[in-house]
Design a protein around this ligand. Sequence first.
Ligand SMILES: Cc1cc2nc3c(=O)[nH]c(=O)nc-3n(C[C@H](O)[C@H](O)[C@H](O)COP(=O)(O)OP(=O)(O)OC[C@H]3O[C@@H](n4cnc5c(N)ncnc54)[C@H](O)[C@@H]3O)c2cc1C
Length: 537
Amino acid sequence: MIEVANQPPPLEPYNLFTGDVVLREAVEREGAGWAAAALTALGARFGSPETVALGYAANRNPPVLRSFDRYGHRLDEVEFHPAWHALLTIACEAGLHSSPWAHPRKGAHVARAAGTYMLTQIESGVYCPIAMTYGAVPTLRQAPALADEWLPRICTPRYDARFVPARQKQGVLIGMGMTENQGGSDLRTNATRAEPDGNGAYRLYGHKWFMSAPMCDAFLVLARSATGLSCFLMPRFRPDGSRNALRINRLKDKLGNRSNASSEVEFEGAHAELVGEEGRGIPTIIEMGNYTRLDCCIGSAGLMRQAVAQAVHHARHRVAFQRKLVDQPLMENVLADLALECEAATVLALRLARAYDEDDAAAQALRRVLTPAAKFWICKRAPCLIVEAMEVLGGAGYIEDCILPRLYREAPVNSIWEGSGNVMCLDVLRAIARTPAARETLRAEIECGDARVSASAARLFARLDASEHGEEAQARILVRELVQTLQAALLMRHAPTPVADAFCAARLGEGGNGGVFGLLPRGLSLRALIERAVPTA
Ligand SMILES: Cc1cc2nc3c(=O)[nH]c(=O)nc-3n(C[C@H](O)[C@H](O)[C@H](O)COP(=O)(O)OP(=O)(O)OC[C@H]3O[C@@H](n4cnc5c(N)ncnc54)[C@H](O)[C@@H]3O)c2cc1C
């Protein structure tokens, strides 16, 4: 019998909220301290071995398309493993799909962000319909009659998996269809047609090349009507209760996000109703995009947190060369650097979430500039961080019994969908040019009295003031500088000194770390950074 030795104990059960000091502090600071008890209960639920097992099961048993029944009738249904439904039940019971709309109050978006930050650590596929439903509400409100009909069933803590017309259900979820075969970033190429049906609604003809979570109860869809691209709500069932003419042609065979279905669909005269002003479909649906982009930031920060928690936990137990890994000086540098990046991503994502809780001019300007900027940077950093965290576990990190391969496969999608990296950076240029309050808002947000941050801010504003500030080819450099300066300011204000010092030393200025972790310079309190990242029970 082989003796099992020098292996870490399982991390779970642990509490993803109380065991995460950075998250707890951010929730309190950003105005959602009132949610601590509910988040504590949710953190315990997510960190239980039973919930963790659901995440593995949902990914080992991906969804299956059922195109026809045994007699040849069209079904266009997707069958999911029970674990998928169990996870969606937990997420909906916690209100992660709608709580800020169902119970608006100061800090509601922050509280929800903290819940989804934990959800994504256990299972990210489920996050997709949760994020889309959350984001759909402001767009749906642009059609008051539809909002009256759909919002009561969105704003309930119930997940109802049945494939029946929405009015028979206790809870509904909303998806989104924008991307077509010929173009996803450039939505002006959308060719799906919308023709009036003579009764005030429309029939849609065309396709979508990506439409995720196709078992949602309705979808916000872009289609071209007589006056141009318009936004429509397309339910899975027609008002008479028959199945809508929405054909699921196939499910994508994806790198990651495997518990979730992403489909190619065709509309054969599908019933749909107009949302917002006809001909203004892109601005109407982009309202949803702001929220789902915020969710990409939160989701990627959550993936990073799970990777760091696993890495730090492993290194605190595994011994090599007579010392625990965490006590090996070079590993200490790697772990501290990973924890640093994760903390910077988390404080930024939660700060951005607060801007969605506020409505003054500064909050609006911050939302407009920071949402695409943070989406670009946090989503780009996640895959790099996760691959390094994987290596902390050595060979075990590469094996599917461990969550790191799943996190690694999941991470790139947040950067690709809802506006890929370049598209986000170009949007930041546009936002800065068109938002008069942008510069002053950023200045106020960055000002923290620290000389290193001020120097970085001076470089940033010099770049913004330069005549070539709108140069597209340099947009990634500008956005990186903007985000890292802001992260430094946030850490300077809110994190312990060793964390803020390390960030300034390692991330600001030309000496940025080039994307590899473990290059922190001498003279920093590495252990203090790691101690903050330890996941505790
Ligand atoms: C798992 C998954 C799920 C998805 N789910 C959905 C969904 O539910 N609904 C939906 O509508 N879509 C969905 N998408 C599609 C996704 O939103 C698009 O793939 C994305 O918007 C990019 O569009 P595209 O694939 O057509 O790439 P393209 O638009 O062809 O872009 C390709 C690359 O070119 C870059 N690029 C584009 N324009 C410029 C420019 N002007 N300058 C420089 N670079 C540029 C982009 O940043 C990108 O890197 C999903 C995608 C994935 C992978």
